[in-house]
Ligand binder design. Structure first.
Ligand code: NAP
Length: 337
């Protein structure tokens, strides 16, 4: 397994998305279970873990997820790459200049405390802000790098115009966008641009919130509280049905290769782009290890082509995309019925 680059950092080709231990997928596991699951991922060989200050806001307090990750990795902190995020939705008003710097710095220091560390490897801007230009944030993140508080910085849910503007102030190391077999907007501009400029693309929801695992059917009931699957566009009953031919293809390939559907969907993107580093999320220890095991699943050229040819003509049902305004982010804009 060859490591991949995020700026100066070297990470395993697949990381662990820790969000589900605190937020987004219904009932969360016991604290000790989550800590042990993260340590099991490290024992398996993974050195890349993704969290955010905001993971926990609906079921628990903000920062819950960072605390779990910090506790889990404290004994081997220097061996792992920790990515966390500042959410500009946390701003009480439109701040600029020194006030904005002070506000974000305070949030960063709070993240460091929860993560039990004195630096963050990758600090993302979780979303852009409608009223604060990206250049303002870039200047601030640059200062954090100079101060040694963070090593690299990244953006999330952005198109290339934003990346380009940000890079003029401080080189962006990572772009964390929605990307998977049914959400391929990044292929148009973001991948070509990031390949050219040596930026890593970190797909979130790489298994499309579970759809691509083949474990979700029209009968699956999602939880009523804090479960994003209630509004993932591909997961309405009619779209699950319409997208079934893609799941069938993955199942066929998985059976042939003694792998799982989730592994095939991850192996596909690893083969497609040398700068892609997906961070599948699961609150289940075995599934975390299964997903990491996808770095050992290699698609042959003909298996890869079979998927690509299928995608050329298959019309996916349901689309979220990567363009979100800060005031209408995915989770905030939809209410769970
Ligand atoms: N930047 C952003 O705005 C943003 C947004 C969303 C997420 N993220 C990050 O990206 C990470 C991953 O995204 P995600 O969790 O939304 O989506 P995901 O990885 O595509 O899917 C997570 C869902 O799939 C299920 N699942 C995972 N592996 C499975 C497997 N092998 N077999 C069957 N089911 C499986 C999980 O269920 P179980 O838990 O029951 O296994 C969970 O319901 C998050 O943890 C978070 O760190 C970032």
């Amino acid at each position: 397994m060859e490591k991949r680059s995020i700026g100066q950092l070297k990470v395993t080709p697949i990381g662990v998305g820790c969000m589900g231990f605190s937020h987004g997928y219904g009932k969360i596991p016991e604290h000790d279970y989550s800590v042990a699951a993260i340590r099991a991922a490290h024992d398996f060989g993974c050195n890349f873990f993704d969290t955010a200050e905001g993971y926990g806001e609906q079921l628990f307090y903000t920062g819950h997820n960072e605390e779990i990750l910090g506790e889990a990795v404290q004994d081997f902190r220097k061996d792992v790459v920790i990515a966390t995020k500042f959410n500009p939705r946390a701003l009480p008003e439109t701040l600029t200049g020194q006030k904005l710097y002070n506000f974000i710095r305070e949030r960063l220091l709070a993240s460091l405390l929860r993560l039990k560390t004195d630096f963050v490897d990758i600090y993302y801007l979780h979303r852009t802000h409608d009223d604060i230009p990206i250049e303002e944030f870039a200047e601030i993140y640059k200062k954090f790098i100079d101060e040694g508080l963070i090593r690299e910085w990244g953006l999330s849910q952005v198109e290339t115009d934003t990346i380009e503007r940000a890079c003029k102030i401080a080189p962006v190391a990572a772009v964390q966008n929605l990307y998977n077999l049914v959400e391929r907007d990044c292929e148009k501009n973001v991948f070509p641009y990031s390949l050219e400029h040596k930026i890593a693309v970190i797909p979130f929801s790489p298994i499309s919130s579970g759809l691509l695992s083949g474990k979700i059917s029209t009968q699956t009931q999602f939880e009523k509280v804090d479960d994003v699957r209630n509004f993932v566009p591909q997961l309405t009953k009619e779209n699950i049905e319409a997208n079934q031919p893609l799941i069938d293809l993955l199942t066929d390939l998985a059976n042939q290769k003694h792998a799982t559907n989730a592994q095939i969907s991850l192996a596909w993107m690893l083969k497609k782009y040398p700068n892609v580093i997906p961070i599948p999320g699961s609150k289940n220890r075995e599934r975390i290890l299964e997903n990491l095991g996808a770095w050992n699943v290699e698609l042959s050229d003909s298996e890869f082509d079979r998927i690509e040819k299928f995608l050329e003509t298959f019309e996916v049902k349901g689309h979220r995309g990567i363009v979100e305004s800060n005031s209408t982010t995915f989770i905030k804009s939809v209410e769970v019925k």
